[in-house]
Design a binder for this molecule. Structure first.
Ligand code: CA
Length: 225
């Protein structure tokens, strides 16, 4: 198992004092942080590096933070946090309208900013709770829900479903599933993975969930992405 990859945050801020402070603080908190001083360079970096979260200053020398948010939102659902000098209702409404997830008025406390970054990352399934379509997976409580109905899985079934949900859309081979969920290779004749998949599907179906796990013949299984 490789070490957990650091979450990458892109900061677009033309005030170099703020941008340096943010970069250092986020790095010390355990994030990878890169700062850009213009809207265009920030937008390019966001497109190229696909960060886990973006912090945007509203007033930039070229294009505004709101415009960047609008453009990013056309193709991406990454969390966007906007920094603004104005703290009023119309600014708030505008920020939400352009697709920002949260905003913070300057001057702000760096601890509050870090806390809000963490909230956004948790919401997007970086933390314990993941949502895939109608299905919710809570890794801490080890519960699965389809809409509001709990789906009771055995510990192994839960581990298997969680593993497939690591990357929705990616096809996991039987060998990968055995190595990561059972921790060993099972005999080639074993159909234990298939049996567990069938059981999970059955339990999801009882809760109204259909078609979330896809069989890719001759390859393995995937959760719909
Ligand atoms: Ca500025």
């Amino acid at each position: 198992m490789s070490a957990m990859k650091k979450k990458h945050i892109v900061i677009v801020e033309d005030d170099l004092d703020i941008s340096r402070l943010l970069t250092l603080e986020l790095q010390e908190t355990g994030f990878e942080a890169s700062a850009f001083a213009t809207g265009i360079s920030g937008l390019c970096a966001i497109r190229e590096t696909e960060p886990d979260l973006v912090i945007l200053d509203l007033g930039l020398p070229d294009i505004s933070g709101a415009e960047i948010a609008r453009r990013v939102r056309k193709t991406s659902e990454i969390p966007i946090l906007i920094l603004t000098a104005a703290d009023d209702v119309s600014t708030k409404v505008e920020m939400l309208n352009v697709g920002a997830d949260d905003y913070l008025a300057k001057p702000f406390h760096i601890e509050e900013l870090v806390a809000r970054v963490n909230v956004q990352l948790r919401k997007r399934g970086v933390g314990a709770v993941r949502k895939i379509g109608s299905m919710t997976l809570d890794a801490v409580r080890r519960q699965v829900f389809w809409d509001d109905e709990e789906v009771r899985l055995s510990p192994r079934e839960f581990a298997l479903l969680t593993y497939l949900c690591n990357q929705p859309g990616r096809v996991y081979s039987r060998e990968e599933i055995e190595a990561n969920v059972w921790g060993e290779s099972l005999p080639p004749s074993s159909n234990v993975v298939d049996v567990h998949i069938a059981n999970i599907r059955g339990k999801l179906r009882d809760a109204g969930g259909f078609g979330i796990i896809r069989t890719v013949r001759g390859v393995g299984y995937a959760v719909k992405g």
